[in-house]
Design a protein around this ligand. Structure first.
Ligand code: SF4
Length: 386
């Protein structure tokens, strides 16, 4: 890879390189072009992602001339936090502004033994799943690697990790925020590599999870370059229903998706890994007993655990939250078939941070947001949350 952005002495680059989102191999190449030793790359990663330092002048194990050279052509720039809300249950949600003015959301969920950060990968989402608030926002663009890992950096900064050695640390990261991560493949993989790197955030591959609606070619490609945990947003046990809930299913139907998930596991170095199946339960849509039996049958060859998520209503949706009775019946059927099943506790719904509720502020290029608002504004004249 070449960084021909004016790395010669006395040649001022038009745009500075943002080192925030560069994984170690890319920083190594950058330093090699400067004629510097490759080990400088790990030092940069430590300054940024372990010590939280953005000011290159403060990176004191670099000589003054090197710092000057770096400052002339590079910067370390995370996006900006424009709002932070804290739920009564301790969940925090940050509204993060990006170049161009749109905003995405990142959510931190503290639990007794772990802290999970949910990270966004796109401004809005082009896939338009019918039960998802993000989908209704339309789509603007992919996030850069700096904007993705920048959410982790901002959360660490906000939680005091850089100052006090993780009193409230981030132990898990889930790529389950706004957007379909596999539609932004290269930037997401760069950010994942920084999360896993011992000189970056040093997270275990089992504690970093990428969730996809099922972009089959990209799942196959991911298995060649990464071994993070994989979650599949399934939400339906047959193609007919999934075509309605998750429209990308029309392109990549369930049979191929389950095979692709199996292939992904086969590429993992250890054979104890499982796919997480996410299934949002929607009242009277996909929560009946026959759906549970059908799901059990569909997944019988796939090593997996199933995470049931009660649907979180958002403005304008016609769907309703599953009843407790239907949810426990669904779980019991799957357990009788021998599956490990968890029910995701709803966290942060008082600040619209619960699963499927993230909306951000999307300068929509698809006009989907406008059409959605139009559809509901006459019927329900209440404050729009979009
Ligand atoms: S569920 Fe995921 S893939 Fe579907 S619209 Fe929402 S963010 Fe996009």
């Amino acid at each position: 890879m070449s960084f021909s952005l004016g790395v010669k002495e006395n040649c001022k680059p038009a745009k500075k390189i943002n080192l925030m989102g560069m994984p170690v191999e890319k920083v190594e190449n950058f330093f090699a072009e400067l004629g510097e030793k490759r080990f400088r790359a790990t030092q940069i990663l430590q300054w940024i992602h372990q010590k939280g330092i953005l000011d290159i002048e403060s990176m004191t194990n670099f000589s003054k001339p090197l710092r000057r050279k770096l400052i002339s052509m590079a910067e370390v720039r995370p996006p900006d936090i424009v709002n932070c809300e804290e739920s009564t249950d301790g969940t925090r949600k940050w509204l993060i502004q990006l170049n161009g003015g749109s905003c995405v959301e990142a959510v931190f969920i503290p639990e007794r033994s772990r802290g999970t950060l949910c990270v966004s990968s796109q401004i809005g989402c082009a896939l338009d799943c019918s039960f998802c608030a993000t989908g209704k926002q339309g789509f603007n663009r992919d996030l850069s690697a700096s904007e993705i890992i920048g959410q982790v950096w901002l959360a660490c900064k906000s939680l005091g990790k850089f100052d006090q050695n993780a009193p409230q640390g981030i132990t898990n990261v889930v790529m389950m925020g706004m957007g379909e991560p596999l539609m932004n493949f290269d930037n997401v993989v760069d950010a994942l590599n920084i999360m896993l790197d011992d000189h970056g955030y040093g997270l275990s591959k089992r504690r970093v999870t990428l969730s996809t609606a099922g972009v089959i070619p990209a799942i196959d490609k991911l298995g060649d370059v990464s071994d993070v945990s994989l979650a599949i947003s399934l939400h339906a046990p047959n193609d007919e229903l999934r075509n309605e809930l998750v429209p990308i299913n029309r392109k990549y139907p369930l049979g191929g998706l389950v095979s692709s998930a199996k292939k992904y596991l086969n590429k993992m170095p250890d054979n104890r890994r499982k796919i997480t199946i996410e299934y949002t339960l929607i009242d009277n849509i996909n929560d009946r007993g026959h759906h549970a039996h059908e799901l059990a049958d569909l997944l019988k060859e796939l090593p997996c655990k199933i995470n049931l998520i009660p649907f979180n209503p958002f403005y304008g949706t016609q769907y309703k939250r599953v009843t407790n009775c239907a949810m426990y019946r669904f779980r019991d059927i799957l357990q009788q078939h021998g599956y490990t099943v968890t029910i995701r506790t709803t966290r942060g719904d008082d600040i619209a941070a619960a699963c499927g509720q993230l909306a951000g502020q999307v300068n929509d290029k698809t006009r989907r947001q406008e059409r959605y608002k139009q559809k509901f504004s006459d019927e329900q004249p209440v404050r729009m949350m979009l």
